[in-house]
Write a protein that binds this ligand. Structure first.
Ligand code: XUL
Ligand code: CO
Length: 439
């Protein structure tokens, strides 16, 4: 099989002083940080859809990047060329995982049986490549947002027939995920929401989504899927209101319908900011609920109100992300670059440089987070801040859950007045972070 990215060598670590655009400056896979190699801390994944399918089309113009890889688009020959390109790409970058939607890997046919036959054929080919290269599948999913049949929703659709087609797609995508040994299975509910309540039965829709997820769990476990199901929260776009608004909302939904044992969160940075949260907030909410599963590593643009899916460049964000991930004991999933080149970055070289940027940004985030943790001042401050609960008799009584409101009121009455609590010291802590990062 002919090389596709002929002018691109294997990407190596050369250190921060390197001026080689095709080298890592910070991602040094074998470097040990807090007892684990960078590669172990950062299981990176390639997103099939952006990297191998998207050519830069936007609402105002067609593709700028050629992703034909020498084959006619819409054919199985092209599907195979994408597999060849994807594996060469991942090998050259040392990326060990990929994520896919069903329709990223084959052109969808008019007849679902034909689509499924194509999926069988391509997954055999992908499996062959996986066996040769050792590259693995992080997660699979079904694209249930592009086809017009999903215009009124998927699990939330008004059409029982469409609901069955969604079930069929999930069943097949789960079969493929198991066949390829995927660690996770994602539900991103881009069409699970509504535009107006004038035409929507919200409770009915949410119950039907839960039913579909329950069937997916039952089927997945039956065919031997032992990994995690993920919800990937997003507040809006394409719908005005999406039911999986943010991690807290999605976790509440999972608990309400008894799905919390099988599901975790797949947190995407750009979705967090669209919900009016920081990436770090969404990670913390997931972690404290025992549901931090995987990450879609990208970033948004604070000046734009939509999902720009940029490659991560913001080192502060990556630092705070890695701080959360390390504190949570790592991910069961990985870091999937759900990110796309900007429309004018349309060459093969740009594809590689984008991944180098993303991987270096997360390597810097890891190094910085380790420094913050090793320095200890931030953790020490936080622990001190709550010490009145942990180090006093009345505080410990409250924490034990055995205090009564009358008792606490009588304690307050005896004290007569209370001092203001200790300062939050935000500016000092931000200064400490800067001095750790740049000192
Ligand atoms: C959409 C998005 C999806 C999911 C998988 O915003 O992030 O690509 O990651 O369906
Ligand atoms: Co995503």
């Amino acid at each position: 099989m002919a090389e596709i990215f002929t002018n691109i060598p294997e990407i190596k670590y050369e250190g921060s002083k390197s001026k080689n655009n095709l080298a890592f400056k910070f991602y040094d896979p074998e470097k040990v940080v807090l007892g684990k190699t960078m590669k172990e801390h950062l299981p990176f994944a390639m997103a099939w859809w952006h990297n191998l399918c998207a050519g830069g089309t936007d609402m105002f113009g067609r593709d700028t990047a050629d992703k034909s890889f020498g084959a006619e688009k819409g054919t199985m020959k092209h599907a195979k060329a994408k597999v060849d390109a994807g594996f060469e790409f991942m090998q050259k970058l040392g990326i060990e995982y990929f994520c896919f939607h069903d329709v990223d890997i084959v052109p969808e046919a008019d007849d679902i049986n034909e689509t499924n036959a194509r999926l069988d054929e391509i997954s055999d080919y992908i499996l062959e490549k996986m066996n040769v290269t050792g590259i693995k599948c992080l997660w699979g999913t079904a694209n249930m947002f592009s086809n017009p049949r999903f215009m009124n929703g998927v699990g939330s659709t008004n059409s029982a027939d469409v609901y069955c087609f969604a079930a069929a797609q999930i069943k097949k995508a789960l079969d493929l995920t198991v066949k390829l040994g995927g660690k996770g299975y994602v539900f991103w509910g881009g069409r699970e929401g509504y535009e107006t309540l004038l035409n929507t039965e919200m409770k009915f829709e949410q119950e039907n989504i839960a039913r579909l997820m329950k069937m997916a769990v039952e089927y997945g476990r039956k065919i031997g899927f032992t990994g995690d199901f993920y919800i990937e929260p997003k507040p809006k776009e394409p719908m005005k209101h999406q039911y999986d608004f943010d991690a807290a909302t999605a976790i509440g939904f999972l608990r309400q319908y008894g799905l919390d044992k099988d599901f975790k969160m797949n947190i995407e940075a750009n979705h967090a900011t669209l919900a009016g949260h920081t990436f770090q907030h969404e990670l913390r909410v997931s972690a404290i609920n025992g549901m931090l599963g995987s990450i879609d590593a990208n970033q948004g643009d604070y000046l734009l109100g939509w999902d720009t899916d940029e490659f991560p460049f913001d080192v502060y964000e990556a630092t705070m992300c890695m701080y959360e991930v390390i504190k949570a004991g790592g991910l069961t999933g990985g870091f999937n670059f759900d990110a796309k080149n900007r429309r004018p970055s349309n060459t093969y070289e740009d594809m590689f440089e984008a991944y180098i940027l993303g991987m270096d940004t997360f390597a810097l985030g890891l190094l910085n987070a380790a420094k913050i943790i090793e320095d200890g001042r931030i953790d020490e401050f936080v622990s001190e801040k709550y010490s009145s609960f942990r180090n006093t008799e009345i505080g410990s009584k409250i924490l034990s859950g055995n205090a009564t409101l009358e008792e606490l009121a009588s304690y307050a009455a005896d004290k007569k007045n209370v001092e203001t609590p200790i300062s939050g010291k935000q500016e000092r802590l931000e200064g400490i972070v800067n001095s750790i990062l740049f000192g």
